[in-house]
Design a protein around this ligand. Structure first.
Ligand code: HEC
Length: 173
């Protein structure tokens, strides 16, 4: 038993180290579980926060209509504003519904900009030039882009057009 005094601290050390290993393992396990819970909660709240694509399209419908009213009245300041708002709404669709089933197997996040960006650029040029004829051409190109996407999403019965009457007439064009 002469070795005992030497072995004892080693044994104690090992006991301590194996106990702390077990502690570490269970601590890691509970942290992992906590991370999973947080992830699940975040996914659930993101899903709850994401508006329906149809709701976002209703906003686009209003913005599309208001853009026409402003440009048709040659109120270029208001037209710039409406165009910026329309861009923001489109960005919101990409951000919150980028993986929507409507465009599968393609990603809406890829399809939407590819279809709409050229018309948006054309519209920006027209508005910057304050040119009504160019505005009307760009507006038709934009409307066609909306409709092309509806067709691609098998919603070809949703046909946008130049507004015949203002969507809402309480904002002065
Ligand atoms: C990425 C393709 C895509 C583009 C681009 C697009 N849409 Fe849509 N739109 C859809 C889909 C898909 C639906 C059907 C949504 C649903 O199932 O609720 C829809 C639905 C709509 C609806 C019907 C909404 C309702 O619930 O009554 C309107 C209005 C609309 N879009 C307007 C527009 C306008 C205006 C533009 C262009 C500025 C546009 N959309 C561009 C894909 C697109």
């Amino acid at each position: 038993m002469r070795a005992f005094p030497v072995l004892l601290p080693i044994l104690l050390l090992c006991a301590a180290c194996s106990r702390s290993d077990a502690d570490t393992i269970s601590e890691i396990a509970s942290l992992k579980a906590e991370i999973e819970q947080l992830k699940a909660a975040r996914t659930a709240s993101a899903a709850a926060a994401a508006p329906e694509l149809g709701e976002q399209m209703l906003t686009l419908q209003i913005r599309h209509g208001r853009l026409w009213a402003a440009g048709h009245a040659q109120n270029w300041m208001l037209t710039q504003f409406q165009l910026a708002e329309l861009r923001e709404s489109l960005a919101g669709v990409v951000e919150l519904n980028g993986d929507h089933a409507a465009m599968q197997p393609k990603r809406l996040a890829d399809v939407l900009p590819a279809m709409v960006d050229p018309a948006l650029r054309q519209m920006q040029d027209a508005v910057d030039a304050q040119d009504q004829a160019k505005f009307e051409l760009a507006y038709d190109a934009l409307t066609q882009a909306c409709n092309e996407c509806h067709k691609a999403a098998e919603h070809g019965f949703l046909v946008m057009q130049r507004p015949q009457t203002p969507v809402l007439d309480n904002l002065r064009p």
